[in-house]
Write a protein that binds this ligand. Structure first.
Ligand SMILES: O=C(O)CCC(=O)C(=O)O
Ligand SMILES: [Fe+2]
Length: 224
């Protein structure tokens, strides 16, 4: 049995919008330790912008304090939203961070994409490219500070696009190329707090956004 960690309202919201931002699945001390460890592992110093100049966005680590954010409650919520068998969900053995560093210039709405849409990777649209994805934020994000942007209900529209021509859209990269034709509107810029998790559906249109704040945004991505 899956432990019911999320309310019916939260699960309903996920099905309606194609994403859900959840707080409270990672104890504060665990996310705080993860943030501290991220700084250490990267070798950067908070409040010293020079220390992260030219930093790469992507960062992998198998550090136990970083992995600790994947709590039992986190996994239970992942399982609950996907509707799949709990035994088929495993805790990631490492973290894959997508960190966003402060950059000059004006904030603007980013272009949407769906994941697993790289042609060379050859992911198929059916039955689905993956089950569910999660972004885990390990520090507070200000407005225009690199919060993920999501397009509510885009997963329904993209599903309809796929069903309009299943042969044409056999591969996710083909579907990804045409998502702008489905009338994606009203994007939402998320403003997550430390320890928040964004769960998103495999056809949820989303994007990273420019960080115009004065501190890096640290977040992990995982897919099941
Ligand atoms: O950085 C983000 O907020 C989103 C990243 C993303 O969409 C991706 O890496 O596929
Ligand atoms: Fe993405």
């Amino acid at each position: 049995m899956t432990k019911r960690i999320l309310s019916d309202k939260q699960v309903g919201q996920y099905f309606q919008d194609g994403y859900l931002l959840v707080s409270g699945l990672i104890p504060d001390q665990v996310s705080a330790k993860a943030e501290e460890k991220m700084w250490q592992e990267l070798g950067f110093t908070p409040n010293e912008p020079k220390s992260w100049e030219g930093a790469e966005s992507v960062f992998h680590s198998n550090d136990a304090d970083l992995i600790a954010c994947y709590t039992d409650d986190f996994l239970s919520a992942t399982t609950q939203l996907s509707g799949d068998e709990p035994a088929t969900f495993h805790k990631p053995s490492g973290i894959f961070a997508i960190n966003t560093y402060p950059s000059e210039g004006k904030w603007d709405w980013p272009h949407p994409h769906i994941d697993h849409a790289i042609k060379e990777h050859g992911h198929k649209s059916l039955p689905r490219p993956f089950r569910i994805a999660a972004m885990t934020y390990i520090n507070d994000v200000d407005q225009h500070g690199g919060g993920t942007v999501v397009w509510p209900e885009s997963h329904h529209k993209i599903r309809m696009l796929l069903e309009s021509d299943i042969e044409k859209y056999e591969y996710v990269w083909k579907l990804g190329k045409d998502i702008r034709t489905v009338g994606l509107d009203n994007p939402v810029e998320l403003i997550p707090r430390k320890g928040d998790i964004l769960f998103y559906h495999y056809f949820c249109a989303h994007a990273g956004s420019k960080n115009t704040s004065n501190r890096p945004r640290f977040a992990y991505n995982a897919k099941w």
